[in-house]
Design a binder for this molecule. Sequence first.
Ligand code: ADP
Ligand code: ZN
Length: 310
Amino acid sequence: NYVVGIDLGGTKIAAALFDSKGDILDRARMDTADARTAQEVVQRMVDMIHTVAQGYPLSGVGLASPGAVNSKDGIVLHGTNLPEWENVPLKKWMGEALGVDVQVVNDANAAAWGEYVRGAGKGAENMVYVTFSTGIGAGIVLDSKLLLGTSSFAGELGHAIIDPNGPACICGNSGCWEMFASGTAIRDTAMKLMQTRPSLIASLAESGNEAVSAKHVFEAHKQNDPVAVEVIGRAIRYMALGLANAVHTFNPDRIVIGGGVSKAGDQLFPSLIAQTERFVMKPYRGTYEIVPAGLKDDVGLIGAAALFQN
Ligand code: ADP
Ligand code: ZN
């Protein structure tokens, strides 16, 4: 059976045709920005699907969408980074245009499912997937099933409130986990300390002709820059604290870590593993492993397609 997976993003849309083994046979890509309305984006996705799947009998289309998604009815309720995406009935529109079953999931859930079926989550039974990126995304697989919940909003760990007196979050609350442990939080904390203390971070960003980001903080950390050491130490402590909460909530056998910040590799994982183990209660110790994600940029569309191939 052949399935198309689509990763709908604020800047680009990527589509790929998969065979039953999960191998990619063909792919297509387009910019989101030059399509104005949701109808226009849908029409272009339909065209992309016709292009990549030409000559193949399709058994389904899996779609990963940012924002709040009602997976049961296949409706994008509110598309973060997709202006004017409110209550878009993707499953209905695309199903009618294509004559196949269409499944829609939130992008973090798609990525979680992708890692579970084809990536670093393979063989696990209960998996927590966390992406440390601009924000923090997460998806949960329990008893080998993607956890969706009543409104298919389950797994929003990034907005777990860990300090009600913490910084204001875009979600309207204060002190969400992503305000302490995301790439943005790492950058913001570093910028604040750099106002009063000398640091390599600014010159590293400058020499790359880039705005300061978490990546530069990790680069400075490699050179033992005191500000970077402090900021990364604090960030990893908060990352670990959140993972420990997830261990207590879901009792996973595996935690898969993705997102841009996970590219820090050895600067991150040994310390994150040790600190999480320190935060978790005794009975949970040694019951789970923390591993880097196995899939790269394609994780969203791989997961979306794999909704039909579990
Ligand atoms: P997005 O949030 O748009 O999906 P990413 O998953 O790439 O993007 O995450 C972006 C974050 O990852 C930024 O905070 C960036 O500074 C950080 N980042 C990118 N590369 C690295 C790296 N090599 N080491 C640490 N952090 C990184
Ligand atoms: Zn929040």
